[in-house]
Design a protein around this ligand. Structure first.
Ligand code: NAD
Ligand code: MG
Length: 390
């Protein structure tokens, strides 16, 4: 029996993970499931999977969770400290699928106890990449990518020598607005940005896909996982979302990973790695599909994308600034205080502000420093927005 925990179990990735686990319950001993405000979902899944503990991120929901778990042997807990404590409980495999920087501390705890961390929470890699990687190394733990593009690259590199890699190409669907007239983008509403043409995901990543902040994060994620230089990372618009990534080698070969847009593939690959097992995902019928399209992203349509290269060029803890500012402008967009295109403009201004602050940006990457810079970046984003809106 493998001991597993799922952080962010009530979200889109969490529910897809549970779908896979439920098909083969006898193979798993579920330690912790965590969620946020959806107590009914969390409790129902914790009972169905017979988890040791269920944790809600919100302390004021502890009583609700306790009530929902009456009659079961599942422990109830709440708050950030409880999340970290649950992550420290011994497990072989931990799914990190909390959205945002809140996923970082539990991810570090899971690595410290030597678990294999299946990492969907890309924010933690963008804001604290080397901290995560070094923690994994120090505790002899593994981090496995659970982002469709990075899982695809990871699979394309099996048996290959990194020295032979010339470039990595990750694809992007282009999001909700790929066909919109450019001059209308500024007026895009929350509802319009919250639907994705190909993938069914949480609200935040769906909006980030429309703005390409998601792809910007993934470019940084690619650099962290695979250690390639920024010039080796390319982004290609591919509206069908069937080719997830390609690895180019020095002999000119370009290896593509194809599959249906279903996160259960990347989750399942990380769950069974280094083996491959049967997964309940659709099989592609290429003859039926007929053609696949690719084109270069238009920088005017996707101003967020180039910010990733600016962040990597500056180095240090600029990724922490980028992620914090991005999370904050997204809050403001969701609350209708700023427009769709303002998000990239404001994040760029926040990056410029921190660019030369070497004592912060080039400090040692510890959890305390990451937390501090994350907070400062959010405050700066708030300030820029307050100045703009007068
Ligand atoms: P979601 O919004 O559907 O779910 C997020 C989960 O995190 C929920 O369980 C929620 O309760 C929990 N959560 C939210 N705020 C929290 C907090 N402050 N503290 C603790 N828990 C909190 O999001 P999702 O689409 O499942 O995405 C999860 C992560 O996976 C994100 O980092 C996202 O970028 C990444 N990811 C998602 C997809 C996808 O297809 N959905 C694909 C690739 C990567
Ligand atoms: Mg992705």
């Amino acid at each position: 029996m493998r001991k597993i925990s799922i952080f962010g179990a009530t979200g889109s990735i969490g529910q897809n993970t549970i779908d896979l686990i439920r098909r083969d319950l006898d193979s798993y001993d579920v330690v912790a499931l965590t969620g946020g405000a959806n107590i009914a979902r969390l409790a129902a899944d914790a009972k169905a999977l017979n988890a040791e503990v269920a944790v809600t991120a919100f302390e004021d929901r502890l009583d609700d969770l306790r009530t929902a778990l009456i009659g079961s042997s599942v422990e109830a807990a709440a708050g950030q400290r409880a999340l970290n404590e649950a992550a420290a409980r011994p497990a072989d495999w931990v799914m990190s699928a909390i959205v945002g920087v809140a996923g970082l501390a539990p991810g570090l705890e899971a690595l410290k106890q030597g678990a294999t961390l299946a990492l969907a929470n890309k924010e933690s890699l963008v804001c604290a990449g080397s901290l995560l990687l070094e923690t994994a190394k120090r505790h002899d733990a593994s981090i496995l990518p659970v982002d469709s593009e990075h899982s695809a690259v990871f699979q394309g590199l099996v048996g290959e020598d990194m020295d032979a890699v010339e470039r990595i190409v990750i694809t992007a669907s282009g999001g909700a607005f790929r066909d919109w007239p450019l001059d209308q983008l500024g007026t895009a509403t929350l509802a319009e940005a919250s639907s994705h043409p190909n993938w069914d995901m949480g609200q935040r990543i769906t909006i980030d896909s429309a703005s390409m902040f998601n792809k910007a994060m993934e470019v940084i994620e690619t650099r962290e996982y695979f250690g390639v230089s920024p010039e080796q990372i390319e982004v290609l618009i591919h509206p069908e979302s069937m080719v997830h990534a390609l690895v180019g080698f020095q002999d000119g070969a370009l290896m593509a990973h194809l599959g249906a847009p279903d996160m259960r593939h990347a989750i399942g690959y990380a769950l069974h790695w280094p083996e491959r097992r049967d997964l309940p995902v659709a099989r592609l019928d290429l003859a039926k599909i007929g053609q696949l399209n690719f084109h270069t992203p238009d920088p005017l349509r996707y101003p967020a994308l180039q910010l990733a290269y600016q962040v990597m060029a500056r180095g240090g803890m600029m990724g922490t600034v980028f992620n914090g500012a991005k999370e904050r402008v997204l809050d403001h967009f969701i609350e209708s205080r700023i427009g769709f295109l303002d998000m990239a403009t404001i994040v760029e201004q926040v990056l410029e502000h921190f660019e030369s602050q070497s004592s912060l940006i080039d400090a040692a990457m510890t959890l305390d420093n990451v937390t501090k810079i994350d907070q400062l970046a959010r405050q700066r984003a708030d300030l820029v927005i307050a100045e703009r809106t007068g």
